[in-house]
Design a protein around this ligand. Structure first.
Ligand SMILES: [Zn+2]
Length: 113
């Protein structure tokens, strides 16, 4: 797989070769540094070869990806939890206020009768 990037000297599109950091422009011969994001994309074979030494890295990347994908669900779950917590607080508070008002009303009726 090859990725194209522009030559810094003449602006011509060059095809970055897999596994290479540097190459010369196909048109003007200028020494070019292959952009890092293209370098990573063009080196999948090197990564699989280093499986033993870098076994934790792909797992971490996958975990980050899963976290990123599950973030909206997590936010929704958190919102539901926050609402539930709020309701759990609101309902007893309303009941307490209601009971206090009733008791107060009864006391007022008792006192004035
Ligand atoms: Zn060039």
């Amino acid at each position: 797989m090859t990725q194209s990037f522009q030559c810094s000297a003449c602006g011509a599109p060059n095809q970055a070769e897999a596994g290479l950091k540097y190459m010369s422009c196909m048109y003007c011969g200028t020494n070019l540094t292959i952009p890092e994001h293209l370098r990573i994309k063009s080196q999948p074979k090197v990564k699989t070869n280093l499986k033993k030494t870098e076994s934790s890295r792909p797992v971490e990347v996958e975990a980050v990806d899963i976290l990123r994908k599950s973030q909206p669900i997590a936010i929704r779950a958190w919102n539901l939890f926050a609402m539930w917590t709020w309701l759990r607080w609101l309902i007893p508070t309303c009941l307490t206020i209601f009971i206090v008002l009733c008791v107060g009303f009864v006391i007022v009726l008792f006192v004035f009768s």
